[in-house]
Ligand binder design. Structure first.
Ligand SMILES: C[S@@+](CC[C@H](N)C(=O)[O-])C[C@H]1O[C@@H](n2cnc3c(N)ncnc32)[C@H](O)[C@@H]1O
Ligand code: SF4
Length: 403
């Protein structure tokens, strides 16, 4: 969204760089926690919040990681009280990522009391052997139990994260996990195909030939995901994200009594993650914590991906920024185009022009025609979007828009 210099930034991400143990596939910046460093991090984060508070009026807040649910009650209270004092609470959507092994009713209640209204829980699989294979610290039983705890604490907006194409995962196991997860009736579902990230144990195992990567099976699993999630009342709105149109599965447009049509692909589901939609649609956001990226009025900054250094810098009264770059307007627009194309709704031309100042039809007409010719894209009178096949290859398609 285009903001004038005066309007405060409406989106806040906070990175919590601790995990009980690293999962074999994960390249997010996080490390096994030690009590003292976590306390130091919390104090540093409060300082960082103080430094940016004047330029923030968050409508969406997202605590991700790492494992935010690893922080104890006292540490959470310290952060939330500081945010209260700085006038940073009251967001329309406030999400905290949780690992099922670190959810408790006390923590859930505390978060709820301070206005957290959405929890995203990393389940990944409900197959014990695969959970073990992935290095997850939770069991399938914990996934069900924690979901229950969150519901009882009053959370009405829950996301579950799944992964597919996990080595040794068969279609049968995937179908069973999908069926059980869909029966949990969360409001939102995120499901990513395993990415072999450099420098992870899983990548090394793949390189050593310990298992075969079956691209065809991965495609079939993705198809299965889309058809089962859709049948269960979800609507896909991004490559890996699904949400409901209303809490009881009935889109608000159909409740008014008027004979309105079902929501079209252009409409983003009511319970989509608003924080991520802002990100995909090129909005500004502050990212705090080690390794976090901010994107504020065309300037991208990245914090040091090192918790010790992050703490040291803030203890010395400095923002812990490792790098900062001001993107040229065209480069900024190209990135915005690329991000937005991950969404099923694609880019409405008018909206793109409002956000970036550029006309998609002028600057990228060649790329759009090429994608349409390949069957990956679809050009209509008022928007451009990727087709079902195009979405499967969204990363390659999006790359063509970078300048
Ligand atoms: C920061 S984690 C979620 C919260 C918490 N740390 C947990 O794992 O339970 C974000 C999500 O990214 C996904 N993810 C992380 N690394 C991935 C990879 N290499 N391939 C596919 N998905 C990945 C997982 O689904 C994970 O739940
Ligand atoms: S997937 Fe989640 S729990 Fe596992 S290492 Fe990554 S951030 Fe930590």
């Amino acid at each position: 969204m285009t903001e004038s210099k005066a309007s405060p930034v409406a989106s806040l991400y906070v990175h919590v760089p601790f995990c009980a143990q690293k999962c074999v596939y994960c390249a997010f910046y996080s490390e096994a926690s030690s009590g003292e460093l976590v306390n130091r991090y919390v104090a540093a984060l409060v300082r960082e919040l103080e430094m940016v508070a004047d330029d923030l009026k968050p409508q969406t807040i997202f605590f991700g990681g790492g494992t935010p649910s690893l922080l104890n009650l006292r540490q959470w209270e310290q952060i939330l009280r500081a945010m209260e004092k700085l006038n940073l609470l009251g967001a329309e959507e406030f999400t905290v990522e949780c690992n099922p092994a670190t959810v408790s009713s006390d923590k859930a209640k505390l978060l709820r009391d301070f206005g957290v209204n959405r929890v995203s829980m990393g389940i990944q699989s409900l197959d014990e052997k695969l959970l073990d294979r992935l290095g997850r610290i939770h069991t399938r039983g914990m996934a069900f139990k924690s979901f229950d705890i969150l519901r009882r604490a009053g959370f009405e907006n829950l996301n579950l994260d799944l992964m597919f194409a996990i080595p040794t995962q068969t279609m049968e196991i995937w179908r069973a996990t999908l069926a059980e997860v869909l029966a949990m009736q969360s409001e939102h579902l995120s499901s990513y195909e395993v990415i072999y990230e450099d420098d992870t144990p899983l990548f090394a195992q793949m390189k050593a030939g310990e298992f075969d990567v079956d691209e065809e099976l991965a495609c079939a699993m993705y198809e299965e995901l889309i058809s089962h999630a859709t049948a269960a009342g979800f609507r896909q709105y991004e490559v890996a994200n699904f949400a409901r149109d209303g809490r009881d599965g009935v889109p608000p447009s159909l409740k008014s009594g008027s004979p309105t049509r079902r929501p079209s692909q252009d409409q983003i589901p009511l319970l989509a993650c608003k924080h991520n939609v802002n990100y995909w649609r090129g909005g500004s956001f502050y990212g705090l914590g080690p390794s976090a990226t901010s994107y504020v009025r065309g300037v991208r900054t990245k914090n040091w991906p090192n918790t010790q250094l992050y703490c040291e810098q803030l203890e010395n009264g400095k923002r812990a920024i490792e790098s900062s770059e001001e993107l040229s307007p065209l480069r900024r627009a190209g990135e915005t185009a690329a991000f937005g194309l991950r969404m099923n709704a694609g880019w409405p031309f008018g909206e793109f022009q409002r956000v970036t100042g550029f006309d998609l039809r002028r600057e990228w007409s060649g790329e759009m025609s090429q994608l349409a010719g390949r069957g990956w894209g679809e050009i209509s009178s008022d928007n451009f979007r990727l087709t079902k096949t195009g979405l499967r290859f969204a990363d390659s398609a999006a790359e063509m828009f970078l300048r």
